[in-house]
Design a protein around this ligand. Structure first.
Ligand SMILES: CC(C)(COP(=O)(O)OP(=O)(O)OC[C@H]1O[C@@H](n2cnc3c(N)ncnc32)[C@H](O)[C@@H]1OP(=O)(O)O)[C@@H](O)C(=O)NCCC(=O)NCCS
Length: 171
């Protein structure tokens, strides 16, 4: 794999937030489940609104936000990790990845791996043994990436598209 030359990974600062939001909004289309038939623009709008909390999140000690910057100082990737949460079934404290996005021209250059390593170091430094994340089943590239990094499938999230049942026939 050709490693990205001159890309540095560092903690995010508040001036990075607009670029983080733009990249996350662009990247969310890879995670949109086709099951729902959602309009991409609507999902992106929702994502942008959701990320307006980022300036506040950045100030929290339990958030680990790291960015990758190229030689020209352009933001080419980010990861948003959080601690201070528990796994829903066991109550075991664990870290969580909220977003990982890399600019497509840098895919396959090791930037995402480096971002994830920083996130893992951040979570481990807080004494945690587990780091969780959710991936849309159709996002095959991300699934293969996480598997390559050692992430294991633990549970499946399922959904049913509901429709009214036909009235029961009279005997
Ligand atoms: C998913 C994503 C972050 C992966 O980025 P990437 O640039 O391909 O990742 P890297 O170059 O750092 O690859 C790291 C490792 O994963 C492997 N890998 C990446 N994609 C792979 C694939 N499709 N199949 C098999 N292995 C893969 C690489 O070969 C590399 O292995 P190595 O370091 O042992 O050689 C990137 O495609 C992305 O930003 N996608 C859009 C947003 C997204 O889907 N985010 C995840 C939401 S859950």
């Amino acid at each position: 794999m050709p490693l990205a030359d001159g890309v540095v990974v560092r903690p995010a600062s508040s001036s990075d937030i607009p670029a983080i939001i733009d990249l996350a909004v662009e990247a969310v289309r890879h995670s949109v489940s086709p099951l729902r038939g959602s309009r991409q623009e609507a999902v992106q709008e929702y994502r942008r609104a959701d990320l307006q909390a980022l300036p506040e999140v950045l100030t929290l000690p339990e958030s680990g936000i790291f960015v990758a910057e190229d030689r020209q100082g352009r933001l080419v990737g980010h990861v948003i990790a959080m601690t201070g949460r528990s796994e829903s079934l066991t109550g075991e404290p664990q870290g969580w990845i909220f977003d990982l996005s890399v600019t497509p021209e840098f895919w396959g250059t090791g930037v995402a791996r480096r971002l994830m390593e920083r996130a893992e170091d951040f979570v481990m430094a807080q004494g945690l043994r587990f780091l969780g994340l959710g991936v849309t089943s159709t996002n095959k590239r991300a699934l293969a990436f996480y598997e390559r990094l050692g992430y294991l499938e633990e549970r499946k999230q399922m959904v049913k598209i509901l429709s009214p049942r036909a009235p029961e026939e009279e005997p």
